[in-house]
Design a protein. Structure first.
Length: 305
């Protein structure tokens, strides 16, 4: 039996055979312990969702599954790899396409993450889409200039998802996106609110005249100026309360509203359209609260209890 030899070195270990890593150097002894794992989980889910859209620019026959290659401790460094497959497509069978597509997915994610943190130039969502389309064309899989940019909705979703990753972490934590060619530090102090992100994707907003609606309260905002979570029929919506006097009285507990109660109110709805003329989202604004409608069903049920 050959003898095993052990040698010591001060060189860092070679990274595993992965496409990229997400690294978090967390501030110890501060904040919730779960934040590091929640951020890592959401980062992986955001990458998976974005990859599915990115592959549409190449070939709808290509699919990917993101697999875990390794985890390094100290700082939590998660190494990930895209395992690519294709359906029965003869054109793809004749090509060694996987290395090029794998690099494209990594480069595209790098560009999106870099774009989120770059405040040196005006934000231009269509320009981001064009840059991703250019990277896709460099794979030259089709041998034709037939590549498309991700939809504004997909890019907007990716931006929201990556913003959500930051929301888990503290400002003194450090996070990075690591590839074979470069390491991108993620600026955790750069935060976007949802409306600012949506505005980047909007070409036109069409606002309808206000109308009276009865909205069931799912989650009020007791402290700040955030959106309320409401329900209209089976549809869940988020709406900003713009009736400042009513809102001030509510937050001073002069008005009692509880989840399950409803608001009879004047509501304005706006349709937001992207640069591809597709509907991106609807925006609800509560202009005036007319009446609080107590949930009498729950009140009677509590009385009998």
């Amino acid at each position: 039996m050959p003898k095993a030899e052990i040698s010591l070195t001060d060189k860092p270990p070679h990274p595993p055979k992965a496409d990229f890593a997400f690294s978090i150097d967390f501030e110890r002894g501060v904040g919730s312990a779960s934040r590091v794992f929640a951020a890592t989980h959401d980062f992986i889910k955001a990458c998976e969702k974005l990859d599915k859209e990115l592959l549409q620019a190449i070939d709808s026959n290509i699919e990917t599954v993101m697999v875990l290659e390794d985890i390094e401790v100290g700082s939590i460094k998660t190494w990930l790899k895209n395992v690519l497959t294709a359906s029965d497509d003869q054109a793809l069978k004749d090509l060694d396409w996987k290395p090029a597509v794998g690099k494209y997915l990594v480069r595209a994610k790098y560009v999106v993450l870099q774009w989120i943190d770059d405040d040196s130039a005006p934000r231009d969502l269509p320009a981001l889409g064009r840059e991703i389309r250019r990277i896709a064309s460099e794979t030259d899989i089709k041998h034709l200039p037939d590549y498309r940019a991700p939809t504004p909705e997909a890019l907007l979703t990716a931006l929201k998802d990556f913003q959500g990753v930051k929301d888990h972490l503290l400002e003194k934590d450090k996070a990075a996106f690591i590839t074979a060619e470069a390491s991108l530090s993620i600026n955790l102090t750069m935060r976007w609110d949802i409306e600012s992100l949506e505005a980047l994707a909007v070409r036109e907003a069409i606002e309808f005249p206000s109308a009276t609606m009865v909205l069931v309260v799912k989650k009020p905002d007791y402290l700040g100026d955030s959106k309320w979570e409401l329900r209209h029929g089976k549809r869940n919506i988020s709406a900003k309360i713009e009736d400042k006097l009513w809102l001030e009285q509510f937050q001073k507990r002069q008005i009692d509203v509880r989840p399950g109660d409803a608001l009879r109110c004047e509501v304005t709805v706006a349709h937001l359209y992207g640069h591809d003329n597709e509907l991106i989202s609807e925006r609800y604004s509560v202009k005036k609260i007319k009446e609080v409608l107590v949930n009498s069903y729950y009140a009677q049920e509590k009385l009998f209890d």
